[in-house]
Ligand binder design. Sequence first.
Ligand SMILES: Nc1ncnc2c1ncn2[C@@H]1O[C@H](COP(=O)(O)OP(=O)(O)OP(=O)(O)O)[C@@H](O)[C@H]1O
Ligand SMILES: [Mg+2]
Length: 664
Amino acid sequence: MASSDITIRSSIKARLIKSFTVAILIPSLVTAVVGVLMIREQIYEQAQARVTSDLEAAKEIYQNGLERLKDSLRIHATRRIVCDALERRDPTELVAETERIRRAERLDILTLTDEKGKVFYRACNPSMVGEDQSRDSFIQYVLQKRAPVSSTDIVQPEELLKDSNQLAIQASMEITQTPMAGPSAKTQVVSGMMLKGAAPVFTADGRFVGVLIGGILINRNYEIVDKIQTTVFKGESYKGQPVGTATIFQDDVRISTNVRNVNANRAIGTRVSAEVAESVLKRGDTWLNRAWVVNDWYISAYTPIRDLQGSVIGMLYVGSLERPYNDILWRNLYFFLGITLLAMGLISIVAITVANKISRPIRAMADAAQKITEGDYSQKVEISSDTEIGFLAGNFNTMVAELVRAHQELKEWAETLERKVEQRTTELKAMQAHLIQSEKLAGVGKLAAGVAHEINNPLTCVLTNSSLLLGDLPPDDPRREELQTIVDETLRCRKIVKGLLDFARQTKPQKQKLDLNTVVEDVLALVKNQASFQNITIRNEVDSNVRPVLADADQMRQVVLNIILNAADAMPQGGTLRICSCFESESRQVLLRISDTGPGIPVEIQDKLFEPFFTTKKTGTGLGLAIAYGIMERHKGALRVESSPGHGTTVVVILPTDARTIEE
Ligand SMILES: Nc1ncnc2c1ncn2[C@@H]1O[C@H](COP(=O)(O)OP(=O)(O)OP(=O)(O)O)[C@@H](O)[C@H]1O
Ligand SMILES: [Mg+2]
């Protein structure tokens, strides 16, 4: 069948689950990704906002340092001792005082010039005096504006050396190459970066007499960056690492920082990434982004540090370790993923349950349909829901019931048809046999009639003359025996001829209303005293109410006689002859059944019984049944022999009572 040829490649259940999963997975994943991205955005926005404000705070601290320097120089410049020394051109008294100021203010240089900018006293190196410093931008500023000033400045090594060797050593550092930094031929920092300030010195009467210059070298001085760390980041740490870091760059080199390298040392001498250098140092922008700082990612902010002329000479950096933010992000990601997975799990369970509910009855129907095609009609699908599927299952069951009924009907029809064909075939066979028999009889009849007619007259002549001769001979004449044989054999010949004539005569029956029981009685009266019936018990069991038939009484008597004589022949040692009659209402026929308890008729000769001259008897003519058959045929009746060897024989005489049949 076509349906069984179709292989199921993908089940409804699998498709439903797949669709559910795709429908859920995509939005879930999109939600998770969008959610995480949004959170990431927020976290970074927050982090950047925080770093921006941290940078402002750091700038404030740095600026405070400069302001403090300017203020302290301004205050110290007003000291009498400074002014007096300049007026008197005698620095002796300054020695102790400047040293005190330098220590109190933690200054690396403290120098006093005269009103023209010539060095009058150098606290760190008192022997180094007299040189003209009027070209120094700070001194120039004070000379021109007579006002204090402070800013960041790059101090060349020879200038540092003028104050102290130690200062030059503190400033100089080897440059460590960092992978993210841009290409540079520099290998060493020799100059120093300073918080530098200058303030005018006035006499009591307001005369300008000199300039007081002070500076703090930033290289390797961690005061500012550590202050930023403790003030801004409150010294917070994350997994043993400080969260916030601050750095001061001289150009692109870290000269003061609390970022640690792999050896946990301050990462001075390392360079900033090329990207930051390009943005902050070259373009003077503030840079805000995540950045790889020495050996970790930081949310970073860089702002340029400018000198007094406004040129960018370095950078101030603050950075917040990115890892805590990333960890928050990961935690969110895991949370989202967890929720997504949980939702998917729940939805999968729902999907599987729904898919099962939908596919199970359909599968059951498919299986049932398959079994029905294989001939098993006992299939029924359970109706488990009131949905369309349940409706479908109900209709399926009705359809199967209808199919079973139709199949059963067809089967019954086929059986009936078979039976009818069988019955008709048997009837046809009987009809055919009957036709053959009739034709045979007709042919033999014609021949026999001719022969019998020709033989009859000579035979009568022989019989008459031999009988006369026999009468004439004396009783002891030895020829009597031969003559008697001639008479007997001639009589036998006459019997045959008579039989032949009877057989061939085929006279049209003179039909009249006839009671078959009377016919039976007549025949029995005729034969019962004969010698051959002496040992035979005759049981006449005819139904006295049997319907009369339309038949020729003589011919009927001949039929019954022939049959009864055969029965007697079959029971030479005696037996029972049983005759019964009945009316078959269904076929509207009268049946006369004549049974004997003889040896029965062998099967192989049963189809020859009605053939003329067929006999198994020594003195038989084989015409008895042939004649009876012919008579019955002319009466539209039939003769039937029922016999099985060892169980006797029954010959059935059948006559119609149906008026239409009889009239024909
Ligand atoms: N009741 C019977 N029991 C056994 N065999 C029978 C019986 N009736 C007929 N036959 C068989 O059928 C044959 C034909 O019968 P049928 O009456 O035509 O001729 P017949 O009896 O042999 O000769 P005829 O009738 O001239 O004496 C018989 O020879 C016999 O073998
Ligand atoms: Mg006979």
